[in-house]
Design a protein around this ligand. Sequence first.
Ligand SMILES: [Zn+2]
Length: 330
Amino acid sequence: MQEKLNQTEKDFKQDLTTKSGFDLKVKYLGRKNGLVTNLMKELATMNEADKKQWGPEINRLKKNVEEALEKMTTGEKQTDGSFDETLPGLELQTGTLHPITQITQELSNYFTAMGFMVLDGPEVESEFFNFEALNVPAWHPAREMQDTIWTEQPGVLLRTQTSPVQIRSMLKYGAPLYAVAPGRVFRYEATDNRHDHTFYQLEGLVVDENISVANMNAFLKLLVEKIVGDKIKMRIRPGYFPFVEPGVEVDVECAVCHGKGCGLCKGTGWVESIGAGMVHPQVLAYGKIDPKKYSGFAFGVGLNRLAQLKFGFEDTRMIHQNDLRFLKQF
Ligand SMILES: [Zn+2]
C-alpha cells in the first residue's frame, strides 16, 4: 500500500506539469476509475487495523490532489506567461429570434390588438377534430390531399393543420368568436424547397351574426397588407377546402423575384399565401353553434411561406436546418 501511495503521488506531481485540469481530474478523481478514487474504494474494504493505518494517508493524498486541482482551475498556476490578460475577452454570442417566432409574435400582437384571442391546441390530435368535425369523413377524397402521419394508436394522428383548434374553440367559447391559432403541423410528405414535413400555420376564425363574403375579402386585404405591405399586389381566386363554402385562395406577388418567376413561385410570379372561406354550416354545427343564427369565415396562413416572402429566401427547409449562417441574418 505504501508503494501504491508513493507511486500515485509521484505520478500526480509529474502529470501536474503536463496534463490539463480536466484530464487530471478524470485520471485521479474520476468516479469510475480514478486512481485516488480506487484507493478510497480499497480503503472501504479494509479491516479496522488497516483502516487506522492507511486511512489518514489516503485522505491526505486525496486532499492534496483536490487542492492542486482547485488551484489550477482558479488560475493560480497560470504563472508561465502563457496567459495574456491584456487580450480582449471572448465575445458573448447573442441570438436572434427565429423568423417563424418573429412572424408568429408579430401576427399574434396584430390580432390581439383587433380583439382576437390567441389560442393553442394539441399537436397530437384525434381523427375527429382533425378531419371529421371539419367536414372530412373517412370516405372523403379530401383526405388524400393531406398525407397524414398516424400514430400507432388508432384514430390518433399528428395534426395536419391548425384547423382542429377551430372546432375546439367553438365548443369551448361558443359564438361570437374571434380567435387565431398559430402552431406547428405535420405531413407525411416528400420535401422540396416549398414543402417540409413539419411546418407552421396560423389559422383564424371569425363567427358572429351577419358575417359575409365582403367582410372576409376586406379582412384578407388587411391581412396581406399587414404581412407583406400594401405595395405588393394580391389576387383572390376560388379555392377548395372541405370545411368552407365558398372557399378562396389568396395569392401575393412573389417577393423574391417580384413577379418575374423563380423557384419559390414555380416561375408564375405569384405565391399562394392564404386559404380562406365562409365556414361550412356543417362545421358550425359540429362546433355546437347554430348555423341559422351565426355565420363566419376562417382563414389559414402558412407561416413558412410568409417567412419566405417577408425575408425573401427560396428554400423552406432552411427553417429547420439550424444553420447559424442562415439564422444570424434575421
Ligand atoms: Zn418568384
